[in-house]
Design a protein around this ligand. Structure first.
Ligand code: TPP
Ligand code: MG
Length: 769
C-alpha cells in the first residue's frame, strides 16, 4: 500500500506522499493477534496513527475495506494516513493522529461506558467492552497520557488495555536506556496490571539450551541502540558481535553455530511483540477488568530491510527490496493486492477469517434515538450575567422529569461551582460506581453544595486538566455511536483555558463528538479576577474550529434560545453532506461553544418571537434597525451590549442616524456568508446569507463600528460583506487587572470609545457633543 502510493501511483504535484513501513511492521504481529484472535465486537480500539496501513489491511481481509481505498491510500477519498472515524469507511472506532490523544481517549471511553451502564435507562444486554489502545512507545512522552492515568485512577478505571509497541524508537532516534523501569513503575503506581512481553517463543527455547542463559543475560544487558544497530546489520553482524562478547568455544558458541545467519537474525528479532503464540497467551490470560498495560518488545521495521535503523521512521523500502519481499512471500507479480495471495492454504485461511469474533456483529457503529428537546427555559428579566443565567437555565432543566434532563451529563475540570453548575449538581448528583455520602452534610456543616456521589449521578468531577475535559467530552459525545446510548454532555471551564486543551478539543471535533462547551468567564470583563485569566483569542478559535458552532450571547433570553437549539443541533445526523450554501452545518449538526461572562447587565423586556429567535440562532438581529438616514451601525457581540446601546444614545441628535446590530454568533454569521459566496460561485445567483440580508438595509455611505470584548478581527470582516467603512474595536493586549470601567476605557471598548469612533464617521458634528 505504502510502496504503491509512493512509487507506483503517479505523483502529480511532486509533494511527498509518505507512509510508515517501519512503524507498521513493528505492530503487524500485535495487531494480527488482537484483531484475528482476541478482540470482540463490543471492544473499541485506538490504533497508533502510523500503523493505519496495518489496520486497513486487516479490515480488507475481513471484507470491510475496499481494494479501491487501499490503492488510493493517502489519496483523495482513499484510506486515510491515520485511522479516522469520520473520513475512513472501514469502521475505525477511535481516530488517532496527534500522538497520545487516542491512548487517553480509551480511558475516558471506558469511564463513559461505566457511566452509561450504571443508568436505569440504559440497555445493558450488550456485553461490556474493553477499550484498547495500541500505543507507540514515544506516545508515552505526551503529558496528557499521565493526566489521564491520574484521572482514571480516581474513577476506578476498568476494562482498559494499553498495548505498547515497545520498539524503543521514536521519530528522531532511539530512546534513553532504562526507560522501561520508569514506565513500569508509573503504571504500577496507578494500580495497573503490567504484563511484559520481552522474549518470543524461539528465544525462550534457545534460552533453555546449554549456554542459553548467557545469551539471555547478553540480551538483557544490551543497550537499545546497539540492539537496533545489529538488527539492521543482520545475521553475520549478530554472529560476530555475540561471538566476540559471549563466545566460549563451548556451549554458547555451539548454540550460535547451530543456527545459520538467517536463523540467528530471526532468533534475535523474535521479541515478545513479534511472537503470535506469546501474544495470544498473554492477552487470553488477562481476564480481570483491571486496567492492563502490555509492554511488548518489538523491532521497528521488523522483518524488513529497515529493521532497527535509527532513521527508519519515514524510511521506505526501495523497489528492489519490495521485489525481494514479494518473492520471499510467494506473491506472484501482478497479484499483490489479492487478499490471500502467497498462502499455502487460502481456503483454510478464508474459513478462519469468516469466523473471526471481532467481525461477528457487523457494523461497529451503534446508534441511539434522538432525545426530544423541551423548549427554551426563560429565567426572568432582572439584571444578570450570562454565566448566572446558564446556571439557572440548567437548574430549570434539572427540575423537569424529561429525557433531556436524564441524558445530560455535566463535567468540569475543578471549576464546577465557579462556572455555576452547582444548582444542577445539587439536584442531579455526582457520578460514581458506588454511593459516597457527602461528609459535610452528614456532619451538619452548612454549605450550599450537596456533594453526593451515586451510580445515577449526572456530573463527572474532573481534576484541573483541561485536556482531560476535552477527552471526556469527546468520549461522552460519541456515546451514542460507541455504546448505543445517547448522552448530551456539557463541559464547563474558564474561557482562557480552552487553549490548554485545544488539541484535544480539535480531536473531539475531528471525531464528530457532540457536546456543549460552556466557557466562562471570558475577556477582560472578568475584571478583578485577574489579568492572567483574560481571554482574547477564544472568539477566533470558536470561528475557526471546524465542527464547533460558537455563540456569545449578551442576554439571558438569547442564551435560553441558544441552549434549546444546541440540544437539538448536537443530535443532528452526522452523515448527511452539507450543501454549499449550508456551511453552518445545519443539516449535519455539530458541537456548540458558548462564550459567557460573569458581568451582570440590564436585560431587555421583550417578547421572544420567531423572527427574534431565528436571528439569534443565525447569528445576529437588529436591536435598533437602520433607517434610510442611518450614518453609523454599531455591531457588538456579547457583553458589550449595554455599551453599544449607551453609545447609540450618546451620539444624540437625530437618533435615527444610528443602528445597533446585536451579534450572537460571528461564527455562524461568517460561515453563512462564506456559504452564500460559494453557492453564488457555483451558479445559485439568488443565494443570500443572513448578514447580507441584514446589511442590505444599511445605506452605502454609513460607517460600521464593531465592538467585542475579545479580538477585534472577530467582527472586523463585517465591513467586507457590502463594503461599508469599518472601525474595529476590541482587545489585543492582556494582563492588566482593574475594574470593568478601567479596563473598557483602557482598551477603548466603552461607550465613550464607541461614540468617538461613530463621530469620526459623521462629518460636521462635534466630537464631544
Ligand atoms: C502531538 C504530535 N506530535 C508530533 C507528531 C509527529 N510524530 C509522528 S510519529 C512520532 C514518533 C512516534 O514514535 P512512536 O510512538 O514510538 O511510534 P513508532 O513509529 O516508533 O511505532 C512523532 C514525533 C505527532 N503525530 N503528534
Ligand atoms: Mg517507537
Amino acid at each position: 500500500m505504502i510502496h504503491h502510493a509512493n512509487h507506483i501511483r503517479p505523483n502529480v504535484d511532486g509533494v511527498k506522499v509518505g507512509g510508515h513501513q517501519a512503524s507498521s511492521a513493528s505492530m503487524a504481529a500485535i495487531m494480527s493477534t488482537l484483531y484475528f484472535g482476541v478482540l470482540r465486537p463490543e471492544d473499541r480500539v485506538a490504533v497508533k496513527p502510523h500503523a493505519a496501513p496495518v489496520f486497513h489491511a486487516i479490515q480488507y481481509l475481513l471484507g470491510k475495506q475496499t481494494l479501491e481505498k487501499l490503492v488510493d491510500f493517502r489519496a483523495f477519498g482513499g484510506a486515510q494516513s491515520y485511522p479516522s472515524r469520520t473520513k475512513d469507511t472501514d469502521d475505525v472506532d477511535i481516530s488517532t493522529g496527534s500522538v497520545g490523544l487516542g491512548v487517553a481517549f480509551t480511558a475516558f471511553a471506558s469511564l463513559v461506558q461505566d457511566y452509561v451502564r450504571a443508568k436505569s435507562w440504559a440497555d445493558t444486554t450488550r456485553p461490556e467492552g474493553r477499550m484498547v489502545a495500541l500505543v507507540g512507545d514515544a506516545e508515552l512522552d505526551e503529558g496528557n497520557v499521565y493526566e489521564c492515568l491520574l484521572e482514571g485512577w480516581k474513577h476506578g478505571l476498568r476494562n482498559t488495555w494499553w498495548v505498547i509497541d515497545y520498539n524503543r524508537q521514536s521519530l528522531d532516534g532511539v530512546v534513553r536506556e532504562g526507560l522501561y523501569d520508569r514506565i513500569e513503575a508509573i503504571f504500577r503506581a496507578f494500580d495497573w496490571n503490567v504484563v511484559t512481553l520481552k522474549y518470543g517463543a524461539l528465544q525462550r527455547e534457545a534460552f533453555a539450551e546449554p549456554g542459553g542463559e548467557r545469551l539471555k543475560a547478553w540480551i538483557d544487558a544490551a543497550p537499545n541502540a546497539l540492539y537496533s544497530a545489529l538488527m539492521f546489520r543482520g545475521g553475520a553482524a549478530w554472529r560476530e558481535r555475540l561471538s566476540d562478547e559471549i563466545g566460549d568455544q563451548g556451549a554458547v558458541s555451539a548454540l550460535l553455530a547451530r543456527r545459520s545467519d538467517a536463523e540467528l537474525a530471526e532468533l534475535m528479532a523474535n521479541l515478545g511483540g513479534h511472537c503470535v503464540p506469546s501474544l495470544l497467551e498473554q492477552f487470553e490470560a488477562a481476564q480481570s477488568d483491571k486496567p492492563t498495560v502490555f509492554i511488548a518488545y518489538t523491532v521497528k521495521g521488523w522483518a524488513t530491510p529497515l529493521a532497527g535503523h535509527k532513521d527508519n521512521h519515514a524510511g521506505q523500502m526501495t523497489s528492489t527490496q519490495i521485489e525481494q519481499l514479494r518473492q520471499s512471500m510467494n506473491v506472484r507479480e501482478g497479484h499483490e493486492w489479492e487478499p490471500l495471495e502467497g498462502l499455502k492454504d487460502p481456503k483454510g485461511v478464508q474459513d478462519f477469517l469468516n469466523r473471526v469474533s471481532f467481525n461477528a456483529a457487523g457494523s461497529r457503529r451503534l446508534s441511539s434515538p434522538q432525545v426530544e428537546t423541551i423548549g427554551p427555559q426563560f429565567v426572568g428579566t432582572g439584571p444578570t450575567s450570562t454565566q448566572a443565567a446558564f446556571g439557572r437555565i440548567l437548574d430549570a432543566i434539572a427540575k423537569t422529569d424529561s429525557d433531556l434532563a436524564r441524558r445530560i451529563v455535566t463535567t468540569s475540570p475543578d471549576v464546577t461551582v465557579s462556572t455555576n453548575l452547582g444548582p444542577w449538581v445539587n439536584r442531579r448528583n455526582l457520578f460514581a460506581r458506588s454511593e459516597v455520602a457527602d461528609v459535610f452534610q452528614r456532619e451538619a456543616i452548612p454549605s450550599t453544595q450537596k456533594w453526593r456521589f451515586a451510580p445515577d449521578g449526572q456530573h463527572i468531577e474532573l481534576g484541573i486538566a483541561e485536556m482531560n475535559l476535552f477527552l471526556m467530552l469527546g468520549a461522552a459525545g460519541l456515546s451514542h455511536s460507541l455504546f448505543g446510548e445517547r448522552l448530551l454532555p456539557i463541559g464547563t471551564l474558564y474561557d482562557p483555558f480552552i487553549s490548554r486543551g485545544l488539541d484535544a478539543l480539535n480531536y473531539a471535533c475531528y471525531q464528530d463528538a457532540r457536546f456543549l462547551l460552556v466557557a466562562t468567564p471570558s475577556g477582560v470583563s472578568l475584571a478583578g479576577e485577574g489579568g492572567a485569566h483574560q481571554s482574547i483569542a477564544s472568539p477566533l478559535i470558536g470561528m475557526a474550529q471546524d465542527g464547533l458552532a460558537s455563540f456569545e450571547p449578551a442576554f439571558a433570553d438569547e442564551l435560553s434560545v441558544i441552549m434549546d437549539w444546541a440540544f437539538d443541533y448536537m443530535q443532528r445526523q452526522g452523515d448527511a453532506r452539507p450543501d454549499l450554501a449550508d456551511w453552518p452545518r445545519d443539516v449535519t449538526g455539530g458541537s456548540v461553544y458558548l462564550r459567557l461572562s460573569t458581568r451582570t447587565i440590564e436585560q431587555p423586556m421583550r417578547v421572544m418571537d420567531k423572527a427574534l429567535s431565528d436571528g439569534i440562532i443565525r447569528g445576529a438581529y437588529w436591536l435598533k434597525p437602520p433607517t434610510p438616514q442611518c450614518e453609523v451601525v454599531i455591531a457588538y457581540q456579547g457583553v458589550l451590549a449595554n455599551e453599544a446601546i449607551e453609545a447609540s444614545a450618546q451620539i444624540g441628535g437625530d437618533r435615527r442616524n444610528v443602528a445597533v446590530l446585536a451579534v450572537t454568533s460571528a461564527d455562524r454569521l461568517n460561515a453563512g456568508w462564506h456559504g452564500a459566496q460559494r453557492a453564488r460561485l457555483h451558479g445559485d445567483r439568488d443565494a443570500r446569507s443572513h448578514i447580507e440580508t441584514l446589511l442590505a438595509d444599511v445605506p452605502d455611505r454609513a460607517g460600521l463600528i464593531t465592538a467585542i470584548d475579545g479580538h477585534p478581527a472577530t467582527l472586523g470582516w463585517l465591513g467586507s460583506v457590502l463594503g461599508h467603512r469599518t472601525i474595529t474595536l476590541g482587545v489585543e493586549h492582556f494582563g492588566q487587572t482593574g475594574t470593568v470601567h478601567d479596563l473598557y476605557a483602557h482598551f477603548g471598548i466603552d461607550a465613550a470609545a464607541i461614540t468617538a469612533a461613530a463621530r469620526s464617521f459623521m462629518p460636521g458634528r462635534r466630537a464631544n457633543a
